[in-house]
Design a protein around this ligand. Structure first.
Ligand code: AMP
Length: 286
């Protein structure tokens, strides 16, 4: 596996591949890799001849400076996992390589639609501008035919799809299923911050989503949301940010009868903020 740290070395790697029309897939990550990330590499390997994984802790998408400082960075472990997975190249640039004027922010903005400001966007102001900014730079550098993202960050995939539409980019966006621990907790790089108690408490996010999945055919949407929120609010050590059953495209609260919906949750478990979601196939109750 090629380990690449600069844009010029990346170009030397990519140019001949483009020239010989090889199909390239990109898997953008912030590292601290786990089986969720590796599932994206495996999916990408099935559809492309060359898979490039980027490992870059993108400062412009962090709204909490402590979160940025504390974000895990186990580089050697990440390289070993990617090598095992059969990834062809890893791009691990410095912050200055991606943002030459850093720490002065770049002043550009992409219209991502109203959903940018809902749910995660309401709790993390500017987050999706930061996400789409770095993904656009990675698309320009890698020139992939497709890019693979996890449904774990559902709103993120939606924002990236909106960016691709808005800027008419020629990149296919593939969303892959959430990989969970055996007890249901969604895998996340932030799970390493959970104490043994937090780890137990964190399961309530999946329990609340599972409650909604099980009861989706016999409860109205507002009752599902109320009950699922209560499950989390009554759990020890967990502070609910939101529980929403929303339209999959607009992320606005779903109206009764809407079947194209998703349940999304965010909560702080101890000092660690976690998100999770589940796609629903709601039947009309009437
Ligand atoms: P991150 O490193 O957290 O920015 O995540 C990089 C990519 O991996 C994103 O597209 C995430 O949605 C995806 N991802 C993270 N956790 C999981 C998971 N548990 N299952 C599937 N994909 C995931």
């Amino acid at each position: 596996m090629k380990i690449i740290q600069t844009l010029s070395t990346l170009r030397e790697f990519i140019d001949p591949l483009k020239h010989s029309e090889q199909v390239i897939a990109l898997v953008p990550t912030m590292g601290a890799l786990h089986n969720g990330h590796i599932s994206l590499i495996s999916a990408a390997l099935q559809q492309a001849e060359i898979v490039v994984c980027s490992v870059f802790v993108n400062p412009t998408q962090f709204t909490d400076p402590k979160d940025l400082v504390n974000y895990p960075r186990p580089i050697a472990h990440d390289i070993a996992l990617l090598e095992d997975a059969g990834c062809h190249a890893v791009f691990m640039p410095s912050v200055k390589e991606i943002y030459p004027t850093w720490p002065t922010p770049e002043q550009w903005h992409i219209d991502l639609g109203d959903a940018e400001f809902l749910l995660e966007g309401a709790f993390r102001k500017g987050h999706y501008q930061g996400v789409t900014q770095v993904v656009k730079k990675l698309f320009d550098a890698v020139q992939p035919d497709s890019a693979f993202f996890g449904q774990k960050d559902y709103q993120q995939v939606l924002m990236i799809k909106n960016m691709v539409k808005k800027l008419q980019l020629d990149v296919k966006i593939v969303s892959c299923p959430i990989i969970r621990e055996s007890d249901g907790l969604a895998m996340s790089s932030r799970n390493v911050h959970l104490s043994p108690n937090d780890r137990e408490h964190a399961l309530v996010l999946f329990k609340a989503l599972d409650f909604v999945r099980e009861n989706q055919e016999n409860m109205a949407i507002d009752s599902l949301v109320k009950n699922a929120s209560l499950i989390i609010e009554n759990a020890p050590g967990v502070l609910l940010d939101y529980f929403s059953i929303a339209d999959r495209e607009t992320l606005s609260p779903a109206a009764e009868g809407n079947r194209n919906v998703i349940a999304l949750v965010a909560a702080k478990v101890g000092n660690t903020r976690l998100i999770d979601n589940i796609l629903l196939e709601l039947q009309s109750l009437s």
